[in-house]
Design a protein around this ligand. Structure first.
Ligand code: ZN
Length: 415
């Protein structure tokens, strides 16, 4: 069958992110945005489960320079009113869970701390109870609603972590939701991360659960191809650096990529461990030390900052500026989860990045496109609009990229 092409023309601005990619995301500046005024993009399409989805970028440039062979293909005219950017990538979410914790939020607003709520049976364990009790169909339906919302904010690729099962059976059930979602959303890329080491289950000893993760859960997840990455919550009150090292080393031996929830509640030097083990990313980093910053800066490990979580916990933000100036790559993500960041609004996270993390326009674009792709190991295919790469792009409801975070908390049009 002949290849089918589509075009989008007269974008008020089209940001390719080509320079960000050329610099592999370090020390990016305005010129790296690859801004094209009155831009156009030509891409191929493919059919997936009866839905036409963008396939590869074929050509990018000014509308006036559109090659003759693409002038009669089906075209969407943005009339100079809307900007086009690489599809947003949300590289850290806990999308699949049941229940909600609005009641805990009310308690917190009344003065209770996260730790006090956990002692009352709330926190992660409350989501674990609800998730274990839910059927796979119920989990899928909840996740579908959330994915539609993420899509409406311009998100085209999204990472999903397990971690609200905390038993072999329940963790597998959560991960099995993800292939079902891929079938329903062929226009999105969904990566799966096993986070059995999110907390300790209420009904098993620490030693038994650790042994279970390493000897039963990881091998089963890898054998069934249910996740490509393993993550560990290394923090005060959660997993120690040594426990994290054991789990991540076992995951690597099974061919999985690795990530760490690092230095969030306390400094444990888990960012340094992430750099040492060659993890894709170290995430949170509210309490990262100068040594941790230096370790990430000279490693390939992406520093993922989650300012919506710091905002929600009223905690001091991660030192993103110091990380960037030291040469680290910084991605931003929602950390969507029922306890500490119940939002899928990635543009709002950009507002926080601009205001509280001191990030520039170029750093902000990189943080949710190219650098976020790196945090998922997808940078060879995604995060920039360059011929040959995946045609993941977002048509913004605004004429410039910065309006997406200037207009904080905007609601996407439902069409
Ligand atoms: Zn998280």
């Amino acid at each position: 069958m002949l290849k089918q092409y589509r075009a989008v023309i007269h974008a008020s601005e089209l940001l390719t992110g080509e320079g960000i990619r050329a610099k592999s995301g370090r020390h990016v500046v305005e010129a790296d945005l690859g801004r094209i005024s009155d831009g156009a993009i030509v891409y191929s399409v493919r059919m997936s489960d009866g839905i036409e989805v963008p396939d590869q970028v074929v050509w990018v440039g000014a509308t006036g320079a559109l090659p003759a062979e693409y002038r009669s293909i089906p075209t969407r005219d943005l009339e100079g009113k809307r900007a086009v950017i690489p599809g947003l990538i949300d590289c850290h979410t806990h999308l699949v869970f049941a229940g909600n914790r609005a009641d805990e939020f009310a308690l917190r607003c009344g003065g209770a701390t996260y730790e006090e709520i956990a002692l009352m049976g709330g926190g992660i364990n409350s989501s674990v109870r609800a998730t274990r009790a839910a059927s796979i169909e119920e989990l899928e339906a909840l996740a579908c609603e959330r994915l539609r919302e993420a899509w409406s904010f311009g998100v085209r690729a999204l990472e999903i972590k397990s971690g609200y099962g905390l038993s072999l059976e329940a963790e597998l059930k959560v991960l099995e939701v993800i292939p079902r979602l891929r079938k329903k959303f062929p226009q999105m890329t969904l990566t799966a991360t096993f986070l059995g080491a999110h907390a300790f289950p209420p009904d098993q000893s620490r030693e038994d659960y650790l042994q279970d993760i390493i000897e039963r859960m990881l091998p089963e997840v890898a054998r069934r191809g249910l996740a490509d990455t393993c993550d560990v919550f290394i923090d005060a009150g959660y997993y120690t650096v040594e426990e994290g090292r054991k789990i991540l080393t076992a995951a690597k031996a099974l061919g999985l990529k690795t990530k760490v929830h690092a230095d969030e509640l306390a400094n444990t030097e888990s960012s340094t461990l992430a750099a040492e083990l060659g993890c894709l990313s170290a995430d949170h980093l509210l309490k990262i030390s100068d040594a941790g910053i230096a370790a990430l800066a000279k490693s390939e490990t992406v520093a993922v900052c989650l300012p919506a979580t710091a905002f929600y916990l009223k905690a001091p933000h991660a030192p993103a500026r110091k990380l960037l100036d030291a040469g680290a790559r910084v991605a931003l993500s929602t950390d969507f989860n029922p306890g500490t960041s119940m939002t899928l609004n990635l543009p709002l996270v950009l507002t926080m990045g601009a205001l509280y993390l001191g990030m520039s326009r170029a750093e902000l674009l990189a943080s949710v496109t190219y650098t976020a792709a790196r945090a998922l190991g997808l940078e060879a295919r995604k995060g920039s609009l360059v011929a040959g790469m995946d045609a993941d792009f977002t048509v913004l409801p605004f004429s410039t990229f910065e309006e997406t975070y200037y207009r904080f908390g905007w609601a996407p049009p439902h069409d």
